[in-house]
Design a protein around this ligand. Structure first.
Ligand code: ADP
Ligand code: MG
Length: 394
């Protein structure tokens, strides 16, 4: 069901209560990566341009239900002010008399940042009382926090029941790009899955196998497939208790007539460290005492070939231990192939996105999701509570 967006509202003289995802990394009070703040700018700017007063709310870090001085939103508000070129006011609390007074005093064209929603124990409990208090701070609720939409919290779900509720532009784009991907993809449709553990991603893989033509599997999760095939995996990260699930996945792929490609060669090392001894071997020739830390060059070539032929490509999960440069080549190769693709390309997942950004290829990808957990839940085919709660389009 398509959801109403900020474009469906007349904002003249209204207060927009906007849930953003400003959960940015901080070091000594300094923002080390402002991607999430920038991602919310189009929505905030749209609202300001259309006559609204903008009240923002977000969580930041894990304050564990109490006030943590280092997790106040003031530094983020100050940074947003610089990006917008206007003052962003702050409220000392998330709800209650002080927040209400600050929201009431706000004029069209002004921006107010409320305090960290997770300072309040009622946020994560999706408490109705808190949702009602939040609803007093605006006339219309806007959810632009795609990265938090898989959580049913007071500021992401509860409040939507007490105000007209619409999506922001970032939320709209994420739903169209990621959600839309599975609806009517141009073929061939290739998915690439990687990351540490197969157990984290069984439902994503199963859902993708319903629709893709080809699934490429790399990263630590491929090791459990090798184990299922009877290969020795040495000291590799492996989940012996997931071999049954792997066999189910292989059977489901056969039934669906979907192709699964596994790596044929691997970069192995005698320790999980950047200065370990390493070599490239066939995946059925991993000696004891060694571990698989990346896919090998032949696998990169085979995967890249599939990616180049595809009209639609979605990727989640690094191909190896990319945090250490000697084991980042597999991940880089996939990112490179995607960046050269003429088809529709989408990347979701915290570490995969970090890898592509680190490699400087992010601007050559069609869509890079801002939501780690939320993007995976969408690919699993699950409805996100923060989205379900928004008003449907007429
Ligand atoms: P995402 O956040 O993109 O969904 P995951 O969290 O599932 O990805 O996996 C990322 C992690 O997997 C990275 O820290 C990476 O080092 C690790 N990883 C990938 N391949 C291997 C491997 N062969 N051995 C050990 N760790 C691996
Ligand atoms: Mg991760």
């Amino acid at each position: 069901m398509t959801k109403q967006t900020i474009r469906d509202v007349n904002w003249e003289g209204k207060r927009a209560l906007v849930r953003v995802d400003f959960n940015v990394p901080l070091e000594d009070g300094r923002i080390t990566d402002d991607t999430r703040v920038r991602a919310a700018l189009p929505t905030i700017q749209y609202l300001l341009d259309h006559g609204a007063a903008v009240v923002l709310m977000s969580h930041l870090g894990r304050p564990k239900k109490k006030v943590v001085e280092g997790l106040r939103l003031a530094p983020v508000a100050a940074h947003l002010g610089q990006l917008l070129g206007r003052t962003v006011k702050t409220a000392p609390t998330t709800t209650g008399p002080e927040a209400e007074a600050a929201a009431q005093a706000l004029k069209a064209g002004e921006v107010l940042m409320l305090e960290n929603t997770r300072f309040d124990a009622r946020e994560e409990a999706n408490d109705e009382g808190m949702a009602r208090e939040l609803a007093k701070l605006g006339d219309v609720y806007v959810n632009d926090a795609f990265g938090a939409a898989h959580r049913a919290h007071a500021s992401t779900e509860g409040v939507a029941h007490f105000l007209p509720a619409v999506s922001g532009l970032l939320m709209e784009r994420e739903l169209a790009e990621l959600g839309g991907l599975l609806e009517n993809p141009e073929r061939p449709f290739v998915a690439i899955m990687g990351g540490a553990k197969i157990s984290d991603k069984i439902s994503v893989i199963t859902n993708l196998l319903r629709i893709v033509d080809t699934l490429l599997i790399g990263g630590g999760m491929a090791n459990t497939f090798f184990l299922a095939m009877g290969h020795n995996v040495g000291d590799s990260l492996v989940e012996a208790n997931a071999v049954g699930e792997v066999n189910n996945i292989l059977a489901f792929a056969r039934e669906r007539n979907a192709e699964i490609l596994l790596p044929t060669d691997a970069v192995i090392a005698d320790a999980m460290s950047a200065d370990a001894n390493r070599k490239v071997v066939s995946v059925d020739a991993v000696p004891d005492g060694w571990r698989i830390l990346d896919i090998g060059p032949a696998s990169v070539a085979a995967f890249s070939e599939k990616i180049k032929q595809a009209k639609t490509v979605v990727w989640n999960g690094p191909m190896g231990y990319f945090e250490a440069a000697p084991f980042a080549e597999g991940t880089r190769g996939i990112a490179q192939a995607m960046s050269e693709s003429a088809g529709r390309t989408v990347i979701g997942g915290g570490d995969s996105v970090a890898a592509v950004e680190q490699m400087g290829l992010a601007d050559k990808i069609g869509h890079i999701s801002t939501g780690g957990g939320a993007s995976l839940e969408l690919l699993e085919g699950r409805a996100l509570p923060g989205v379900v709660a928004l008003n449907d389009k007429a």
